[in-house]
Design a protein around this ligand. Structure first.
Ligand SMILES: C[S@@+](CC[C@H](N)C(=O)[O-])C[C@H]1O[C@@H](n2cnc3c(N)ncnc32)[C@H](O)[C@@H]1O
Length: 238
């Protein structure tokens, strides 16, 4: 069927123009959040590629607000860019709470400073440590309405199972997992895929495949895989 052809746009020129068009016509990020992304790029160079794109941050903002989320959990804070977008969605919600987790104290310090400067540190907090361990301490904080999973891919299966087993996500709550298609390598890692030379991405592929396969067959959830950005899994708890 025609609408199942996976190539979204024919080349980089068209894709770039489409992204710009979408950015300009989607719920915008406030200036201070855009500036934080600029700062992360300036200070951390190539490492800043860890951040979600600006359009994806707009998507997170729109989604959190549209779901009416009050409590949000993020696994993978980095310098706090995506958490700031989520905070923007929740800033006027009574009793809002965002917990974001990361293992890296250096980027964590940047994130905490950004939360303070943005005036959201009264409801956004960073938990430092390996999420494999720290997730278990969050039971009294839950259940959450929305979880954004954007950390080490070899942890996705454990995070997902822990979140469901501990009831950290409420019924009808939504989990969004990032990078579940890994430049298409998850589906095709042969020489027809130019990203096959990206050994870093390639190393993540078996973990993401295991995660996607689990989601597809797990009766506790319903899943939709979205082939935009680097692939998003949208997962609703039954
Ligand atoms: C892709 S980045 C997150 C980007 C962030 N969501 C954003 O858009 O700005 C992934 C983060 O996961 C963190 N991470 C890696 N292993 C982890 C672990 N075991 N527990 C918690 N965080 C971890 C890394 O330190 C890194 O900051």
């Amino acid at each position: 069927m025609k609408d199942e052809i996976a190539v979204l746009y024919p080349n980089e020129t068209v894709s770039t123009a489409v992204l710009k068009y979408c950015r300009e016509r989607s719920l915008p990020l406030p200036e201070h959040i855009d500036r934080h992304a600029d700062l992360t790029e300036k200070e951390l160079g190539d490492k800043s590629e860890m951040m979600v794109s600006r359009l994806q941050a707009q998507y997170l903002l729109w989604t959190a607000r549209s779901l009416g989320a009050k409590k949000v959990l993020e696994v993978g804070c980095f310098t706090g860019f995506s958490a700031l977008a989520l905070a923007e969605a929740l800033k006027d919600v009574d009793g809002a709470k965002i917990i974001t987790m990361d293992i890296d104290p250096d980027t964590g310090e940047i994130a905490r400073k950004a939360f303070k400067e943005a005036g959201v540190d009264h409801f956004v907090s960073l938990v430092l440590g390996p999420a494999e361990k720290t997730l278990a301490d969050l039971v009294p904080e839950g259940p959450f309405d929305l979880v954004f999973l954007d950390a080490n891919k070899d942890g996705y299966v454990t995070y997902f199972n822990t979140i469901l087993e501990l009831g950290l996500l409420r019924k009808d709550g939504v989990l969004i997992a990032d990078n579940v298609l890994k430049k298409g390598l998850v589906v095709n890692a042969t020489e027809v895929n130019p990203s096959v030379v990206d050994t870093y991405a390639l190393g993540k592929v078996p973990h993401v495949q295991e995660f996607n396969d689990l989601l597809a067959k797990d009766k506790r959830v319903e899943t939709f895989l979205l082939p935009v950005f680097d692939g998003l899994a949208l997962v609703r708890v039954l």
